[in-house]
Write a protein that binds this ligand. Sequence first.
Ligand code: ZN
Length: 431
Amino acid sequence: MNIKKLDELRQVDDRTLRFTPMGLGLGVQMRPEDAAEFQQQVVAQFELAPEVAEGTRNSFEDLRKVFAYGLFCYEIFTLVNDRGLLVLEQALRDRFIDHHKGAVAFVDLDGCQHTVSAPNYQQLYSVVRKNPRRKLLFDDGETIDFNGTLGGLRTWARHLGLLRGQRNHAVEQAITRLRNTAAHPAGYHLTTPVDAARTLSDLAEIINHLWGVTTPGGRLYPTLIRREVVVLAWDAAGTQQQTALADELSAAVDPGDQLWQCVIVRAVFRPDQHITDPGLSEFDSRCEVTQYPADLLWGPGSITDAAAWYAEHRPEPDECDYLDRTFLIRHDGADLYLPVRPSVAASLPDADQCGKWYAIKADHPTDAYHHVRNLIAGVGCARRGRCSQCPVETIRVGSYQEVISLTAAPATPLPPDVTTPWAHPRSRAIT
Ligand SMILES: [Zn+2]
């Protein structure tokens, strides 16, 4: 080993200087002073909430502190990244102990219940290893296999809703694979500061969510998504469309020379931030075509009538959850129908109930639709449970009655039947 002098240890690593706020610099690099501040700023934004267990917070804080020293030694980013993957397991263990408050219930194969003292995870883990056939018992009476490893902890956290979301499940799977690679390396690898920072960012979001804290603007666990009251308007010829916040209705008038129609919906639309739900122009009051939930509030009708209704009722924006929604999809003959909510499906007339129905859990309706299309085409999607090809879980496939009884959605009046001129056909022939 080459023993360096103190001055040599203090020398910056040129490889780190090439990572700039604008990305990887080709032929350019940052000044060391700027890079020192930049790399610290990168990880400064990943904060764990005070609710998180102290041991997990300390481990995560060590990672943030050491990250900056990648300025002097590029290999530190790999060490931070790999160690970070192990901190996820520590967080799950700490949360498990927090949740159970010292006593964990198990059941034997013969149904006999045991309460195990769990002042810390090591103690619990040793009991679990000695009794591998016992199942973990939840307060709701459900049981799961539990071997105390990362996989068992993830299943436990998902059962309690501490981990959620179908796309997040794929991220957790990827992190678990990386964690296993880091714990049992098959060869040498080097991680960039960008990848190490992404790992810390994802970890912070997941760990905070374990303790019930969401991340504003987060990638995995954002706070509830805000929906505005929005006007969708289109001309009679179906050649022009306008989308605006309903507040602007007070100044709106019907164009005199042509007939415009409009609806008022609650949907994700923030023009000041250039955010529009990508499915909004194809809005369909009875089918799920928007990425986030969108609800019809009024319409269709003229812009003047919309303005009068809005002035009288003044509906407010709201916040809604979009993870792990259930979508129902009908396949009848050759026709595959767009996803609908359980409440809409529960209210359909007899004529619209025939065929095979799929109940799919997904974050977005397009994920559910593509999965069912793949199932029908037989191109590799899983017919039961969680799909390894797409971020969904198949809850049930069967007749209308079987699927509806499973979702237990109450029949409510169907929303008025409204579509924009750009809406997708509600069914397509699948060949
Ligand atoms: Zn699939």
